[in-house]
Write a protein that binds this ligand. Sequence first.
Ligand code: FES
Length: 197
Amino acid sequence: MAQEKYLNEKARESEIPESFVYGGIPEEKPDEKKIQENKFSELDRYINLYTKEPGQLIIILQKAQDIFGHLPEEVQTYIAEKTGTPVSEVNGVVTFYSLFSTEPRGKYTLDICMGTACYIKGAQELMDTLKDNLQVDAGETTPNRLFTVKSTRCIGACGLAPILVVNGEVHGNASSGEVMKIIQKYRKGEDSESKKH
Ligand code: FES
């Protein structure tokens, strides 16, 4: 049920006629439904693999986020139904851990640690550099879906403060200049990728 609802919503987002999604005649963008079905099939494989062992909800959610890019309500409901877990419990885990996101994220997630040591060493300046340069607030994603800016609590590497984490990769003793270089590097990478296509 959750899957059907999700597929219909994805179809609406993509402006596919709803009749196409269930029971209609394929007219346009025939791959969209297939792509979503494949994603749910892949998720099913992980659910079947991990629900045999107790306490594997976090791993299933991580896999789901890898597959879908984020964890919208429909995917959470689907996991709850398939694993026999209350939706409230699934949602509680998703909202508790900052590694999970219910909104689509950019290709690169830029996390600034705002713990005490990093804050004292200039984390706010790094955050301001990101916000000014990318024109987004913390928690937001750039319109081109390239960058998401976030703040995080202490990650336990205070000796390297201030810290910027890019898709899980830690950059210690970060400066505003380095932050700018990182942004430019990924922008350039994206430009040359798009020129190839
Ligand atoms: S305060 Fe930033 S790593 Fe500890």
